[in-house]
Design a protein around this ligand. Structure first.
Ligand code: ZN
Ligand code: ZN
Length: 97
């Protein structure tokens, strides 16, 4: 009786795996294949064509639309804002006198 429906098969020795990750691990350990990584999301692939397909499918739209890069927000660190607060307090204090 088959408990799991194994979907991923090693093309070299036909061993089956539940997850693509297991297949990748097997491929790396047993066949010493170089595992390719998507440089955008870090997903791993056995074949370059798989990686290219993934990049095109998953990230292709992003590249077409030329989504602007993540905006860098420069958060002022404590010092400046605290200093500003102190200054305004001092001013008010001076006005009250
Ligand atoms: Zn294998
Ligand atoms: Zn990716």
């Amino acid at each position: 009786m088959e408990l799991f429906h194994k979907k991923y098969k090693c093309e070299v020795d036909n061993e089956k795996f539940n997850t693509y990750l297991e297949l990748i691990e097997h491929s790396r350990k047993i066949h010493h294949n170089t595992i390719l990584k998507c440089n955008k999301c870090g997903k791993q692939f056995i074949h370059e064509k798989d990686r290219l397909h993934h990049v095109r499918e998953e990230h292709g739209k992003e590249m077409d639309a030329r989504v602007h890069k993540t905006e860098h927000t420069h958060k002022n660190k404590g010092k400046e804002s605290t200093q500003g607060r102190v200054d305004s307090k001092m001013k008010k204090f001076g006005d009250n006198l």
